[in-house]
Design a protein around this ligand. Structure first.
Ligand SMILES: Cc1cc2nc3c(=O)[nH]c(=O)nc-3n(C[C@H](O)[C@H](O)[C@H](O)COP(=O)(O)OP(=O)(O)OC[C@H]3O[C@@H](n4cnc5c(N)ncnc54)[C@H](O)[C@@H]3O)c2cc1C
Length: 523
């Protein structure tokens, strides 16, 4: 194929996040390919992004889309916030920096859903190895050391993290030197997570590892503070996108393909605004139907994180590194094939809007620590809806957290397990008293769970890859029924992975770039 230069781009990548930034950078590797990368957020070179220790300060800032869920009945009607990155690098620029690749079984099930062995564990392991520059215990079979994405263990972790590892190991959750090694093929493990941090605190993101190194190339155009509002379709062929910059709407044209990488809320939003979605839902908003795909916006999944359990330190201990230096994977029920719980250390008293005042949690992070129960194989499903037919009309997200009783049961087990670990002997040097929840009746513990559960920041699965009637893309990430349009971001996951979702999204971006290159004869 001959690529053309000039005002028409060969590929337009919409969204510069964990997936989209990788797609654009990898396509631009070939100097003959003209790539346009469009990002609604701004420059990521600010302290709150660069300094991995203060990542929480991005939440609620201009670098966060500030979505929130509709009232969740099973959370006592609460409306949990659903932060998502809005800046060059997307979530990879604002997130908590835990790198977790997902369990072997996740990818085996994706390969089955897509009917495509290229998504199997063996296959994605090779993709991960090309991405990673792993500076940790060597594992040639599983870890890459030559890729662009630097990963290591946090330096000099908080002693409470090491005590938690000892305590979890005493309960039979084996301590792994590398949580992304063999640990991700078994029944569970605990340890110090991998983090993309250089030196003491410098965040490595998709922006710094993939986009910035190519920004001076004439064949990669990156535009910031510009919103993609709609895909332009001629018949069933995607030919360009409508964008808004400084209030002005314009159109840009793609000679070959358009890739939507807007994240699991805005990707289905832009699809629906473009006439791709459930025919009935679109007709109620007077959107002309181009392609009936009833799965668009459905199958919303997020891990569910419980704010708590908290303990007070006997003497203040300042947070270190990314304030989340310990995690573990365990099964809430031994008959499960894959671990479903992933609690995480938060180096502060982490409570919800209800429990913070109720339990009088201290604000100073050095006074307390939290082992927050997390559910990483949720059964609850949500949906993203439009509220109007213009981009500026907000989306309605029904997260439906804990709507499936199995999730309630698993998280009650998770709370019990975290309390057992936190109150065990290895933690005694770090405990003055348990702040929350303490010993409660079953009914009160259930109420504590409903008042404390919310997002793990891992919104995914709303334009799923697969072959059933709710699938939106096939194994090659092509939108069904539309020519020249692919999706590459967390929305394509058929099921959310077992672990934090940045790493799988980077892998999806790399897979998408490989597929695009192959299908467009660019190799
Ligand atoms: C506060 C927080 C903490 C997190 N902690 C962790 C963690 O510790 N470990 C981990 O693995 N994961 C974590 N995550 C999740 C992880 O960052 C995401 O799963 C991942 O970034 C999703 O990748 P994505 O490519 O699907 O979307 P994103 O990375 O969200 O990228 C989407 C991009 O598209 C842009 N965009 C959206 N709409 C438009 C539009 N209309 N026009 C133009 N651009 C648009 C966005 O601004 C964004 O830059 C966290 C996320 C948050 C928000």
């Amino acid at each position: 194929m001959t690529m053309q230069s000039g005002p028409v781009y060969d590929f337009i990548v919409c969204g510069s996040g964990a997936s989209g930034g990788v797609v654009a950078s990898q396509l631009a590797e070939n100097p003959d390919v003209q790539v346009l990368l469009i990002e609604a957020g701004g420059d990521e070179r600010v302290t709150q992004v660069n300094d991995s220790r203060v990542w929480m300060q991005n939440i609620g800032s201009e670098r966060d889309w500030q979505f929130s869920s509709e009232p969740c009945a099973a959370l006592n009607g609460r409306t949990p916030p659903l932060p998502m990155g809005k800046v060059l690098g997307g979530g990879s620029s604002v997130n908590g920096l835990i790198w977790a690749r997902g369990h072997r079984n996740d990818f085996e099930s994706w390969a089955k859903a897509a009917d495509d062995p290229d998504w199997s564990y063996e296959s994605v392991l090779n993709v991960y190895k090309r991405i990673e520059n792993w500076d940790g215990p060597s594992d040639h079979a599983r870890r890459g050391i030559d890729g662009p994405f630097y990963l290591t263990h946090p330096k000099n972790p908080n002693p409470v993290a090491l005590a938690l590892r000892d305590a979890a190991a005493e309960l039979g959750i084996s301590a792994a030197e590398d949580l992304n090694g063999e640990a991700m093929e078994g029944s569970g493990a605990c340890g110090i997570p991998n983090v993309p941090v250089k030196g003491d605190s410098e965040r490595v993101s998709v922006a710094t590892a993939y986009i910035r190194p190519r920004m001076a190339q004439p064949n990669l155009t990156v535009i910031l503070n510009t919103c993609v509002e709609q895909v332009i379709l001629q018949g069933n062929k995607a030919t360009g996108v409508r964008i808004r910059q400084n209030g002005q709407a314009t159109e840009v044209t793609a000679r070959h393909e358009i890739i939507l990488s807007l994240g699991a809320i805005n990707t289905p939003k832009v699809l629906m605004l473009s006439g791709i979605g459930d025919a009935e839902l679109l007709s109620t908003l007077n959107i002309d139907l181009v392609q009936h795909l009833p799965g668009v916006g459905r199958n919303f999944q997020d891990h569910i994180l419980v704010a708590g359990c908290c303990w007070e330190y006997p003497k203040p201990q300042a947070p270190r590194n990314n304030s989340a230096e310990f995690t573990f994977f365990a099964k809430s029920d031994p008959t499960l094939l894959t671990p479903d719980l992933q609690p995480v250390l938060e180096e502060c008293a982490f409570g919800s809007e209800i429990t913070r005042p109720q339990f009088q949690l201290p604000v100073d992070p050095s006074l307390a620590w939290t082992l927050a129960p997390g559910l990483v194989r949720p059964h609850s499903r949500g949906q993203v809806f439009l509220t109007g037919n213009r981009f500026k009309d907000p989306v309605r997200v029904e997260a439906n957290f804990l709507s499936d009783e199995r999730d309630v049961k698993a998280l009650l087990k998770g709370i019990a397990l975290c309390r057992e670990i936190g109150n065990s002997a290895p933690l005694r040097p770090f405990v003055k008293r348990e702040l929350m929840p303490g010993q409660l009746t079953d009914a009160d513990m259930l109420n504590f769970l409903r008042n404390s559960a919310g997002t793990y920041f891992h919104q995914t699965c709303t334009a799923k890859m697969g072959t059933d009637k709710l699938s939106v893309v096939d194994g090659r990430l092509r939108v069904y029924g539309i020519e020249g349009l692919r999706i590459a971001d967390g929305s394509i996951m058929p099921e959310i992975t077992t672990g934090n979702t940045m790493a799988p999204c980077v892998m999806i971006g790399q897979r998408a770039a490989d597929i695009l290159k192959r299908d467009n004869g660019l190799n």
